[in-house]
Design a binder for this molecule. Structure first.
Ligand code: ZN
Length: 311
């Protein structure tokens, strides 16, 4: 075992994992949150073995993703999980989000892509051998990790007006999955937010990219569920534009909520996620409980700010 210290003498592996669980029958909502991914193997000088069942997070990420370069900050413990009594599970985690980053091909040929490569390359030899082409913007179309749902296309839409109404928020949380500053050329960030109201819950998973003076991109997955129904609605939208084609003040470029409405939609689809099997007998017990709308200690986000930040 090698003790690894980072800047400031803090051993990040020892930082606690913040964890909270809430039960909103028939749903069980849990999040965990902790430090960023280590920059090298935390168990061995020579990295964990390929078949090591107890491999460290760094080696798991490295082995699974094969990206030549990870985002500056990856939060492997920032995980949001929604579990239904039927066994259906909806989860949001950084590893699965990064799996959807294209490896081996660059989707965008941008001026700063070349600059970025040059800043890292000692020589073309180095470039070819060590820096494989990959999507350095970490663009991901990740929509969450799910089991136990049947996915169908639908004409039904998320009732945005209903979401805008100031319904009491009984639970709110947001988590960053990963973030990269593109070598000071902008930002790429993936985050997930959830809010639970007495009658429904809403999740916004967002990937935001700003390549300074070049382009903006917002990829959103919205998931909405009304308690009592047997399905969730999922809306995926991908928006982007070149900076030269966006005619709004650049001050809006900083905040995804502000700029998203000004970006044209490149791709959009709507799904119904039908909750799979029937609840088991033991799980049904939870359904008889009254919804614990007042029991949540996390109601520290006002309904105003939470509703504005997640719609
Ligand atoms: Zn390791």
């Amino acid at each position: 075992m090698t003790a690894i210290k980072v800047q400031g003498g803090i051993d990040i592996l020892r930082l606690p994992v913040n964890e909270k669980e809430h039960i909103f029958p028939p749903w069980h909502v849990k999040y965990t949150q902790s430090h960023i991914l280590h920059s090298k193997c935390s168990k061995s000088e020579n990295a964990c073995g390929d078949n090591d069942a107890d491999a460290c997070q760094f080696c798991i990420y490295n082995r699974t993703l094969e990206l030549p370069h990870m985002p500056d900050m990856v939060f492997p413990n920032n995980i949001l999980t929604l579990k239904h009594v039927s066994g259906a599970v909806l989860q949001f985690n950084a590893l699965d989000a990064l799996r959807r980053v294209s490896n081996g091909k660059i989707q965008l040929q941008l001026a700063c892509a070349e600059a970025w490569k040059e800043s890292r390359a000692e020589s073309s030899e180095y470039l070819e051998e060590k820096v494989k082409p990959f999507d350095w913007t970490f663009t991901t179309d990740y929509m969450g990790t799910m089991t136990g749902f049947e996915i169908r296309e639908t004409d039904e839409r998320i009732d945005v007006e209903k979401l805008r109404r100031k319904e009491k928020i009984v639970f709110y949380h947001d988590l960053t999955l990963f973030e990269d500053e593109l070598h000071d050329n902008g930002i790429a960030v993936s985050s997930v937010k959830i809010r639970i109201m007495p009658s429904s819950f809403f999740v916004l998973l967002r990937y935001f990219l700003r390549v300074d003076n070049v382009m903006l991109r917002v990829v959103d997955t919205r998931i909405y569920h009304e308690f009592g129904s047997d399905y969730l609605l999922r809306e995926f939208t991908s928006r982007e534009a070149k900076v030269q084609d966006i005619h709004v003040p650049p001050t809006l470029f900083v905040e995804p909520n502000d700029i998203a409405p000004h970006l044209p939609v490149i791709n959009r689809f709507h799904h119904k996620l039908i909750i799979g099997s029937k609840p088991t007998q033991s799980a049904k017990l939870g359904l008889t409980e009254k919804q614990n709308v007042d029991a949540d200690p996390d109601g520290n986000v006002s309904s105003t700010s939470a509703s504005e930040s997640t719609t």
